[in-house]
Design a protein around this ligand. Structure first.
Ligand code: PMP
Length: 292
């Protein structure tokens, strides 16, 4: 498979695709990004990802170098150049090349690159056995200092929590708000099911407005399952009937243990499976075509 990166309007071989050491994306994490997935030759929910990219960049006063239509075409171009049918795209917009001060006004031209690659799928057995989680001691950034709703290049908050999960030997970790309410995981949103209802932390907890989270809520509605967004403490997770995580890479992954507590009967639950089936049906039936 060719390895070509879309970089500022050109397709550049991976080994030659570089950004300046003065790029503020690198110096300060000053930039925004998206992780997007393609299924069977179509880009899933591209418009929603671009909506979020536009919201993130607006929030940090970073003007995107391309219009909406140009962004769509750039993603298609990156996929075509790499012969992607099923894959993962990483779109990154940085503040661009500047000087050593942090003033964004010194960066006249943003840098935009799109990596379109094959996807490293989670092992299918994970969907059969389920994940174990811990709650991390690193709290999610407060929206009053750095709103986690801005999908910025500044991911150290999540990385510090991820280091905790690595040390604990588990694959993901739950991050709480400054007040100790459940927010999300280091790179996934979290859901619980109780008495047949599907519940996820409200965006007021500083969780990312995940595209998969949205799709899962749509699926719950279509399946006639009661659902809601709420603010709840970790004990609600311990006592849930089911728990699962959502994300572009993960899709919907069942959780069977949290902080040593077995969730439900310790096996992926029926609602989780139902939602995963309807989610996968959607990924097979819609999306922006990459090829004519
Ligand atoms: N929360 C965080 C912190 C994330 O980085 C992500 C994306 N990996 C998600 C949630 C899930 O969002 P999405 O469904 O849009 O991939």
């Amino acid at each position: 498979m060719p390895d070509l990166i879309y970089l500022n309007g050109e397709l550049v071989p991976r080994d030659e695709a570089g950004v300046s050491v003065y790029d503020h994306g690198l110096l300060y994490g000053d930039g925004v990004f998206e992780g997007i997935r393609a299924y069977a030759g179509r880009i899933f929910r591209l418009e929603e990802h671009l909506d979020r990219l536009e919201r993130s960049s607006k929030a940090i006063m970073l003007e995107l170098p391309l219009s909406r239509q140009e962004l769509i075409e750039a993603h298609i171009q990156a996929c075509r150049a790499n012969e992607i049918r099923d894959g993962y795209m990483r779109a990154v917009v940085t503040r661009g090349d500047g000087d050593l001060g942090l003033d964004p006004r010194k960066c006249p031209n943003p840098t935009l690159f799109i990596i379109a690659a094959s996807i490293q799928l989670y092992p299918e057995e994970l969907y059969e056995t389920g994940l174990e989680l811990i709650t991390t001691s690193t709290r999610r950034n407060s929206p009053s200092s750095l709103d986690p709703g801005i999908k910025s290049l500044n991911y150290l908050n999540n990385i510090l929590a991820k280091i905790e999960t690595n040390l604990a030997g588990v694959a993901e970790g739950i991050m709480l708000t400054q007040d100790g309410m459940v927010s999300e995981c280091t790179a996934d949103n979290i859901f619980i099911c109780k008495d047949g209802a599907v519940m996820t932390p409200s965006l007021a907890t500083g969780s990312l407005d995940g595209i998969t989270r949205r799709v899962v809520l749509e699926c719950a509605e279509a399946e006639g399952l009661p659902w809601g967004e709420a603010v709840f403490p970790i004990a609600q997770v311990y006592t849930a009937d089911e728990c699962f995580l959502t994300g572009t890479g993960a899709e919907i992954v069942p959780v069977v243990k949290v902080d040593g507590r077995v969730i439900g009967d310790g096996k992926p639950g029926a609602i989780t499976r139902r939602l995963l089936d309807s989610f996968r049906a959607l990924t097979k039936s819609e999306g922006t075509p990459i090829y004519d």
